[in-house]
Write a protein that binds this ligand. Structure first.
Ligand SMILES: [Zn+2]
Length: 283
C-alpha cells in the first residue's frame, strides 16, 4: 500500500507559466490511478501560516499569501496563494506519515527547492521540502535527508539550512554531481550509489524525484528514460536496505508532446512510483 497525499485544492489549472507545476498534481494523480497500484489517499489539512514560517521569514510568508509580493512563478495569482498551504500541507502530512509509520509515501507536489528563507523563484514559492523536514524533526527525527535529483541545484534548500543553522538536515543536490552526458550505465550506477551511502542513518529521507534531468527535457538533458528508471530503482532499493522511510515529491519536468500535453513528464513520474512499488513488493 502506498499513501498518496493529494487534495484537489493543491492543484491550479489556470497559471500562465512555462512551468506546468501548478496544475501537475491533478494530472499526475490521474495518471497514477491508471497504474493498478494499491494507492490510498488519506485526508490532510492545509499547512498553517505558522508551519510555513518554520522554514521562511514571517514577513515573506504573509506578503505572498496576502498577494503583496510575487510568488515563485512571478505573479500574484490568488488561486496560487490559496493552493500553496495545501501544497505544503500535502508534503508535511506525507512526511509525517512516512516517518511515524515507517513507510514509503508520496506527495504529488513540486516547486520547492529554489525557495529560500525570504525569497522565491524558478517556479518555487515555499520550500515544502524544508517545511516537511523541520516538521518531522519536531516529531522526533534526529537526522533528515534530502536527496534532490532535480536537474537544477537546490539553492533555496541550502539557503534555509544555512539561515536557520539546521544542520541535522543532510542535503545533497545532484545537479552538480549527477550523471554526465555519455556516461556509461556502470559509471552512473556507481556514482549515484556512492552518494546514497551518505544518507545511511537518517530517520527519514525526502526524495525530490525531478523529471527534468531527462535527455529530452528543454531545461535538462542528461539521463535516458532507462537511466532515470534505474535512478528511482536504486534510490528506493538502498533506502529499503537502510530501513529508512521515504517521502517522494515530484520536482521539475518541462517536456511537452506535439499536442502540448505533459504526457512525457507524466510517464517519468509514473516510472518513479512503479519502481517504488516494485522495491516494496519484490525486494
Ligand atoms: Zn529543475
Amino acid at each position: 500500500m502506498i499513501p498518496v497525499y493529494y487534495n484537489p485544492m493543491q492543484s491550479v489549472r489556470e497559471n500562465d507559466s512555462f512551468s506546468p507545476s501548478a496544475g501537475k498534481p491533478e494530472q499526475v494523480v490521474a495518471a497514477w490511478r491508471e497504474l493498478a497500484l494499491p494507492l490510498i489517499f488519506p485526508s490532510f489539512a492545509p499547512a498553517t501560516r505558522d508551519q510555513i514560517k518554520w522554514a521562511h521569514e514571517s514577513s515573506y510568508v504573509d506578503a505572498v499569501l496576502d498577494g503583496r509580493v510575487n510568488n515563485g512563478f512571478g505573479n500574484r495569482s490568488p488561486a496560487i496563494a490559496q493552493a500553496l498551504p495545501w501544497v505544503c500541507g500535502s508534503m508535511l502530512a506525507a512526511a509525517l506519515c512516512a516517518y511515524e509509520r515507517k513507510m514509503m509515501t508520496f506527495s504529488p507536489t513540486s516547486g520547492a527547492h529554489h525557495a529560500g528563507y525570504g525569497f522565491g523563484g524558478g517556479f518555487c514559492t515555499f520550500n515544502s521540502l524544508m517545511i516537511a523536514g523541520l516538521g518531522v524533526h519536531k516529531a522526533g527525527a534526529a537526522r533528515v535527508g534530502i536527496v534532490d535529483c532535480d536537474m537544477h541545484h537546490g539553492n533555496g534548500t541550502e539557503n534555509i539550512i544555512r539561515e536557520l543553522g539546521v544542520y541535522f538536515v543532510q542535503h545533497h543536490s545532484f545537479a552538480h554531481s549527477g550523471a554526465h552526458p555519455q556516461q556509461s550505465d556502470d559509471e552512473f550506477i556507481s556514482e549515484f550509489t556512492q552518494a546514497l551511502m551518505l544518507f545511511r542513518g537518517c530517520d527519514l529521507v525526502i526524495y525530490n524525484a525531478g523529471a527534468d534531468p531527462h535527455v529530452d527535457d528543454p531545461l535538462g538533458g542528461i539521463l535516458t528514460t532507462e537511466q532515470m528508471r534505474m535512478r528511482d530503482f536504486l534510490f528506493f532499493l538502498h533506502m529499503k536496505e537502510f530501513r529508512i522511510p521515504v517521502v517522494t515529491a515530484l520536482a521539475g519536468g518541462y517536456q511537452r508532446d506535439s499536442q502540448g500535453s505533459i504526457d512525457p513528464v507524466l510517464k517519468l513520474h509514473n516510472n518513479t512510483i512503479l519502481e517504488c512499488w516494485r522495491v516494496i513488493s519484490e525486494y
